[in-house]
Design a protein around this ligand. Structure first.
Ligand code: PLP
Length: 374
């Protein structure tokens, strides 16, 4: 048995990409694709957005990196800008580099601040692969080799209000994706989120929304937090926040931020200047190009026009959409790739996941509809 130079840890699409612009990517044979996968929901503004490219290029040319041992104007501006974009009440930010790190930091803060050793998360959840995040993730496969190393996790069923009773005074925090993505686009109902908030308040537990996929305008609203009149104590962000420059963030309320002391959290790369310049450019572009509204229009267009061909049902909202198909989603995905569309699958074998850049033109959806029909 011989291993390849790059260890074989990913199942890969049978195409090699060499360049891209906006929602189009090109393979090594010069063939173009519409990207409804977005490099796993990371290409929020697509490839090579001029404003992001200019911002990260200029920052790299001026000061490529300095750690958190010194204050940086670009980091301060990025934090302030992000906290203006997130709902009022979530006004403090810790920067890191990825989704799992953001969830790890949020759960660690909850454990530190409550002195409790148990967490709660949902069936079907995906929160990452580091120890606290993977404990919150509902995956027997990912847990198999980690027995004895994982924090005890209460497992609630999505939208099962009775299950909120599992949150007791031993639980430090509850973490949820407002729309579970990898599970197969499972939307949490407003009443369930409100019940979680009430129960957390009664039990002294913290509520965390993992908005790594649902945040930054993707749902046709800035964030799920604040959209239902329930605010979590923290939201975690990553993926597209700097449009592909690795970056994660925990945005938190006063209650969580106030007790944090020097050394409680840390990251060498977190809040690096190039990532911060990218984040600033992303938010400025979302606002200047009215992309939250555009994401909502794209979602409506997908819902209105894609129930066609093998598609039986459409789930989700904005640019986080699930197409429930007849037969295996993998087969539909393969056929779509042959017709020039990159799409994603999920844990639900009959669900095709669409996570296009939020500035994708509406015509791309119409073209996808024609390909599905064919
Ligand atoms: N949370 C959610 C909802 C995700 O979809 C992912 C990644 O797919 C993560 C957390 C982990 O993010 P990362 O791969 O950046 O660690």
């Amino acid at each position: 048995m011989s291993a390849s130079t790059l260890v074989d840890t990913y199942a890969q699409f049978p195409i090699e990409l060499v360049e891209g612009y906006g929602s189009r990517v090109r393979d090594a044979n010069g063939r173009d694709y519409w990207d409804f996968y977005g490099g796993h929901a990371v290409a929020l503004l697509g490839q090579a957005h001029p404003a992001v490219t200019q911002a990260i290029g200029e920052q790299a040319a001026r000061l490529t990196f300095y750690s958190n041992v010194v204050p940086l104007d670009v980091r301060t501006r990025a934090a302030q800008r992000l906290c203006r974009f997130t709902p009022a009440g979530l006004d403090h930010v810790f920067f890191c580099n990825s989704g799992t790190e953001a969830n790890e930091a949020a759960l660690k803060l909850a454990i530190q601040q409550t002195g409790r050793k148990r967490i709660a998360a949902l069936k079907g959840a995906f929160h990452g692969r580091t120890l606290l995040s993977v404990a919150a993730t509902d995956s027997a496969k990912l847990h198999a080799s980690l027995e004895g190393l994982l924090v005890d996790t209460a497992r609630l069923r999505p939208n099962a209000i009775d299950d909120v009773e599992l949150i007791n005074q031993a639980v430090a925090a509850v973490i949820v994706e407002p729309i579970q993505s990898i599970a197969g686009i499972v939307e949490l109902e407003e009443s369930f989120l409100a019940a979680l908030r009430r129960r957390c308040d009664q039990m002294g537990a913290l509520l965390i929304y993992d908005e790594i996929q649902t945040g930054m305008g993707r749902l046709g609203r800035p964030f799920a937090a604040g959209a239902y009149g329930v605010l979590p104590d923290m939201i975690t962000l990553a993926k597209g926040i700097a449009n592909g420059i690795p970056m994660g963030a925990v945005v938190m309320n006063d209650r969580v931020a106030a007790p944090i002391k020097i050394g409680d959290l840390g990251s060498t790369f977190g809040g690096g200047p190039v990532a911060c310049a990218g984040l600033l450019a992303v938010i400025e572009t979302i606002e200047a190009e009215r992309l939250v509204e555009h994401a909502a229009h794209l979602g409506e267009r997908m819902r209105d026009t894609l129930k066609i061909g093998p598609v039986r049902q459409i789930l989700g909202r904005g640019c986080l959409i699930g197409l429930v198909v007849e037969g295996a989603a993998k087969d539909v995905q393969k056929h779509l790739l042959e017709r020039g569309f990159i799409t994603g699958t999920s844990d639900n074998p009959q669900l095709l996941r669409l996570m296009p850049p939020i500035n994708t033109p509406l015509e791309a959806v119409d073209e996808l509809g024609r390909a599905l029909k064919a």
